[in-house]
Design a protein around this ligand. Sequence first.
Ligand SMILES: [Zn+2]
Length: 69
Amino acid sequence: MVTKQYKQLGCLDVQPAGGCGFQVRAETEAELMQLVATHAKQCHQLESVPPEMAAMVKAAIKTVPVTVS
Ligand SMILES: [Zn+2]
C-alpha cells in the first residue's frame, strides 16, 4: 500500500452555483486539466477551456492523499 498525492477538483469548486457534482482526480495537474477539458466539452458545451477558467480551475485544485495498493 502506497499513499500518493493526487490533484483533485470538483466542478462545484469552480462554479458553486453550477450544480454540477463532477469531481475528478489525477496524478498530475496536466492530466487533471485534460480530464476537466473533456468534461467541460461533454457536459458544459465548452469546446475549449478559456484561459480565465483554466486559471480558476488551477486555483481550485486541491492536493489530496490517496492510498493505492
Ligand atoms: Zn461539470
